[in-house]
Structure formats: C-alpha cells, structure tokens
Design a protein around this ligand. Structure first.
Ligand SMILES: [Zn+2]
Length: 423
C-alpha cells in the first residue's frame, strides 16, 4: 500500500532550492511506481492525485524516469473516467541493475538483479574454500564478474553497484574482513586484493576496466552474509522484527528490529555461530570451544547424521523422510543447540521471532519442535509474548545473501533516482 506523502510546496522551495525540490519530487514519483502492487500499477494521474503535484510536473518527472531506463509504460487501460485511457507505469526491466557477490565456505556466487527484482544472470561455483588463499579466491571472483559484466554491458544493462557477502566479521560498508574462521581468512583488505586482481585482468576495453574498478573497488560494499540474506526477508515482511539465522557451514545471524538490521558498532554483530553452547565442547575453527557451529553447522550436522562430506541438505531431508534414526537424532541435537543459543540472544535483545535461512530453511519443520521447546523454557519473556515467539522458514530462496546484496546495492538508486539521472 502506498503511503501518502507530500510534495514540497512552493513556499518551501526557496529553502530547499530548485534542484533539491526536483530531486525530492523525482524520488516521490519513483516511490509510487516502486511501491505499487504488481497488479495495480499507477498512472500519471494517480500519482498526481496522491502526491498533490500537478499533472504537468508528474508527466515531466515520469518522462525523466523513462528516459533514465527506470520506468516503462504499460498498455493503456480504459477506465470509467472520461478522457484518455490511463497508461500504467512500472519499473523497467533489464535496464538498471546491481551485482550481489558472495564468497562462502563451499561456493562462490554472483547474481545480477535489476530494479524490478528480476535475476538477469547468476553464476554459482561450488567448491571447498576452507583454508583457501584470499588472492586466489578473489582473483577467481574477479574473472567471473568480468565475464558477466561484459555480457550485461553488451545487453545494454547499466550496473550501478555491487555488494560482497562474506562469512565472517567484516567492517561495513567497505571492509576489511577481520575474520572468517571457516575460510581461515584474517585481516583481508578485500578491496585492495580485488584491485590487484583487476590489474592482472587481460581486458581490452578501457571502459570495461573502469566499470569493473568502480564496481569492485571504489563503490563495493561488504557485509556479513546473514545481514545481506536478512535484507530479502526485510523486503518481504516490511517493518517486522526477527532474528534471521543463516545455516551454512558457518552459522550467522542478523538481528532485525522494525525492518532494520542491528549490526553493532562496526558491523560485526550476529556471530551466533560462535555463541558457546557448551564451554567444554569440541574446539571450533575460531579458537574457542563448544560453539554452536560445532553442533548445528552444516559439516557437524552431516557428520552426526552419518552423511558424507559431499552431502547437502537435500540428502539430509531425504534421510529424515525415510526416518533414518541417526539423521533424526542429529537434527534433534542441532535444534537443541540452536534453541539454547537463540534463547540467550532473545533474552538479550527482546526479539521473539526466528527466521531460519540457508540450509536451515528446508529443515525448518524438523528443527522447529526442538527449537520451540528450548525457546519456550529458556526465554524469560516467553509467557508474555505469546504467539510472537515463533520459528518460520525463510522464503528468500537459494543463495539469499547474493540476492540481498544486489538489493542493497540498488538501494541508493531506489531511494534517490536523481543520483542516476542527474549525477
Ligand atoms: Zn567458534
């Protein structure tokens, strides 16, 4: 539903200035196209009615957005009203996009998503990156990005940003990566490594080199993978509060309050995988002992279920469906450990809904009973929050952090299209 928001009045114009007035109104008009339901796209007249802007102003701003490749006109719709049929306005497809990139412990991922939310291209390379060298992995990422950027450029897509998801603590917005225990990476200046890899790239067109440098060095943002994955849930459940838990080889979390990620002073919050479940437990890659990852991380879970190193979550789901006792026991133990860790977090932050993402999403039905049992008994406020205390599976799909990363990289344009239109 569109919030009614007001245009700046002529009286305010002198304060805001001509340019900022135009920028403000451009954002306003764009927000009405952006936030409209897919089956109810607005016309110029609808936008004028809602914003209070004149029809001439709306028409001029819509024309600017169309010229910039941000908005397109649909087929005219006849209405009961007199006059010409209304022309619906929608977000343009395949014109303006951003890249979501991810380095995780068992894959390298890339996805380009346009402003309408369409995936234009994706590339997922599954490989074991435990104990890898940052230069080699990021060099490989640069090659993949260069290949895709070239294809998108040929297709006339304008790339406006890129975001890199990492499985560890990374300074937001621009790095460095402090620690990714499962990769074995420590103090990596990601953008400097990418810049150096770009120099070694054999690329004939100077314009392509400049674009890659802008995307991967100057404007690249970095963040923890769970924070970026949570971005997709935030978009689907606007204004909600939850703890997003990302189950991969490592386990990350994002604390979301009123639709915003609380990421701590440096962007390092959410390291739930290294919350101690049993201080006397097995040694973790982080150097501590008994961390949650040692009980509910993908490798620990697969091993406890009697599945091999190369197995994935689908194998575990099918073992559960067959009623395999070892698999059932492994998931129950993981649910207990996850419940203990999450109850500790909830007691601290007063957020009562858990969203299970990554490999935990398809396991949600199996994990939820044990998890809820722990939460109900350990979260002090459980008796007062009622049905707020809940566990649900993320609907963000596979590799949500690269989707969330691309969305985050599009945010500045979505909020302020003038930066694209007028520079
Ligand atoms: Zn640990």
């Amino acid at each position: 539903m569109i919030q009614r928001s007001s245009a700046l009045t002529a009286g305010a114009m002198t304060r805001a200035g001509q340019r900022s007035l135009r920028e403000h109104n451009l954002s306003l008009v764009f927000s009405h196209v952006r936030e409209a339901a897919l089956d109810d796209p607005p016309s110029r007249a609808d936008i004028a009615d809602t914003t209070g802007l004149t029809k001439a102003t709306v028409s001029s701003l819509v024309g600017t957005l169309i010229d910039a490749g941000l908005v397109v006109e649909g087929d005219p719709i006849s209405s009961q009203r007199a006059g010409r049929p209304a022309i619906p306005l929608r977000l343009a497809e395949s014109t303006v996009a951003a890249l979501g990139l991810e380095v995780n412990v068992d894959f390298l991922g890339l996805r380009a998503i346009d402003i309408s939310g369409r995936v234009l291209t994706e590339s997922i390379a599954r490989e074991n990156l435990r104990g890898s060298e940052p230069e080699a992995v990021l060099g490989s990422l640069v090659h993949r990005v260069a290949h895709e950027v070239k294809a998108l450029d040929r297709a006339g897509v304008r790339l406006v940003g890129a975001s890199l998801a990492l499985p560890g603590i990374a300074d937001h917005p621009a790095g460095p990566l402090r620690l990714a225990p499962n990769l074995g990476w420590r103090d990596v200046d990601v953008r400097a490594v990418l810049a150096s890899a770009l120099k070694g790239l054999d690329h004939s067109a100077a314009s392509a080199r400049t674009l890659l440098h802008t995307l991967l060095v100057e404007n690249l943002t970095t963040d923890n993978e769970a924070n970026l994955a949570a971005r997709v849930e935030i978009d689907a459940h606007k204004g909600s509060s939850f703890i997003y838990v990302s189950g991969e080889v490592g386990i990350g979390a994002a604390i979301v309050v009123d639709g915003r990620v609380f990421s701590g002073l440096h962007g390092w919050a959410g390291e739930i995988g290294h919350v101690a479940v049993d201080p006397a437990g097995p040694l973790c890659a982080c150097g501590s002992a008994g961390c949650l990852e040692m009980y509910a991380g993908k490798r620990s879970l697969m091993e406890a279920a009697g599945l091999g190193d190369r197995s994935d979550v689908a194998d575990l789901v099918s073992a559960l469906t067959r009623g395999n006792k070892r698999a059932v026991g492994a998931v129950e133990a993981a649910a207990d450990a996850l419940g203990v860790a999450l109850a500790n977090c909830m007691n601290l932050v007063d957020v009562n809904c858990v969203v299970l993402g990554g490999d935990f999403a398809p396991l949600c039905d199996a994990l939820a009973p044990g998890l809820m049992k722990q939460l109900s008994s350990r979260v002090l406020a459980s008796r007062w929050v009622g049905s707020e205390l809940s566990v649900r599976a993320s609907t963000a799909g596979s590799y949500p952090a690269i989707t969330g990363g691309a969305m985050a990289a599009l945010d500045p344009i979505m909020a302020n299209p003038a930066s694209l239109v007028w520079g």
